[in-house]
Design a protein around this ligand. Structure first.
Ligand SMILES: NC(=O)c1ccc[n+]([C@@H]2O[C@H](COP(=O)([O-])OP(=O)(O)OC[C@H]3O[C@@H](n4cnc5c(N)ncnc54)[C@H](OP(=O)(O)O)[C@@H]3O)[C@@H](O)[C@H]2O)c1
Length: 324
């Protein structure tokens, strides 16, 4: 699998991250190992997890995903080959959540223990916490970086203005800034004002900001749980109406012309977009992962990219991102 740098760091990650929120919980232990093996054997090295995954599943406490990844890396003896992204800030049994200094320090130690490692390659704020002064949060993250417990920092589900403010503070104090942003993202555009709960959809302004500062953008829930292609899955209500039907039609045409599936066309479109967004793929079966990883062999033409970008909005021009 092709590799790329994460932010401005020397960390090299595969072109597709593997989402692991259901690993070790809904997906039981043996199947989880098989899926991790499958991704790894196809050249993947970038695992996206979180401290509270999957506490929302009955019978789970949170930490199941990290624990399973830790066991897998230990058994496969491949920790140094893998890049681990984990996150904190949502509450789960035994943890109040948030981004206070105490919580950051405690949750980092818990994640290190569950992952059976001495460092987190990418540590991300999983949501905003306005009850804590931003200086406190950024200084606590910086302490972890200086102690060698984390390598780089990311922000997930934070609005642009909060990321920008945090990074101004970090730069002024010579602390570690956020250099990766992970937001919800897919080919369809949500209706204006659509409510995603604590999740935040990647905005054009944030793309512009991240591109200016050389940050890596990551997208999650890219395939809308298969709703693009599967009769058994409904499109989330946030995407109902608007220009969705025009975009679905164009997606179908472009994928047929390119000899790929709609899922592969979405992944290729995301990677070829400017700025590029690194997709987090996920699946409960090897065949799904294979289809998604094979998207790396799809190259859309400039004309196809333009058709996809302007579908449902012909006035939208490509290349709107301001040059540096
Ligand atoms: N930062 C955040 O706040 C945040 C939030 C959500 C997710 N994430 C990360 O992103 C990862 C992925 O999230 P997601 O599960 O919402 O992603 P998704 O891509 O929307 O859905 C993945 C699911 O879609 C189905 N699928 C995948 N590939 C398919 C294919 N080629 N054909 C048909 N169906 C296919 C599978 O469902 P079945 O297994 O049911 O068949 C798979 O589990 C998570 O594991 C997590 O790491 C992060």
């Amino acid at each position: 699998m092709r590799r790329q740098r994460l932010g401005q760091s020397s960390i090299e990650v595969s072109a597709l991250a593997l989402g692991t929120d259901l690993i070790g919980s809904k997906i039981e232990h043996e199947r989880s190992f098989a899926l991790l093996d499958f991704y790894y054997e196809l050249g993947g090295n970038f695992l996206d997890t979180g401290n509270f995954y999957a506490s929302w599943i009955p019978g789970c406490q949170g930490g199941e995903s990290e624990t399973t990844i830790g066991l897998w890396m230990k058994e496969r003896r491949n920790r140094d080959e893998m890049v681990i992204s984990t996150k904190l800030a949502f509450d789960y049994p035994g943890s109040p959540g948030g981004l206070s200094a105490g919580e950051i320090q405690r949750e980092c130690e818990m994640s290190l223990r569950r992952l059976q490692t001495d460092r987190l390659d990418l540590y991300q704020a999983h949501r905003d916490d306005r009850s804590v002064p931003m200086e406190e949060t950024m200084e606590a993250f910086d302490r972890l970086e200086k102690a060698g417990k984390i390598r780089i920092l990311g922000a997930s589900n934070l609005p642009l203005w909060r990321i920008s403010e945090a990074n101004v503070i970090a730069r002024n104090k010579s602390w570690t800034p956020y250099s990766v942003v992970e937001q919800r993202y897919t080919y369809l555009r949500p209706r204006h004002g659509a409510d995603f709960g604590p999740q935040i959809f990647l905005s054009d302004d944030l793309k512009d900001y991240a591109s200016y500062y050389g940050m890596t953008l990551m997208g999650y829930s890219v395939l809308l749980r298969g709703a693009f292609i599967r009769a058994d899955r409904e499109l989330p209500v946030q995407f109902a109406g608007g220009d969705s039907s025009e975009r679905l039609q164009t997606l179908s045409e472009v994928s047929q012309e390119s000899g790929c599936t709609p899922a592969q066309a979405i992944i290729a479109w995301m990677r070829q977009s400017k700025p590029a967004v690194l997709p987090i793929i996920a699946g409960s079966q090897e065949a799904q992962l294979k289809e998604n990883i094979d998207a790396l062999n799809v190259t859309l033409t400039e004309a196809q990219m333009e058709r996809l970008n302007t579908a449902g909005n012909p006035s939208l021009k490509q290349g709107w991102i301001q040059p540096k």
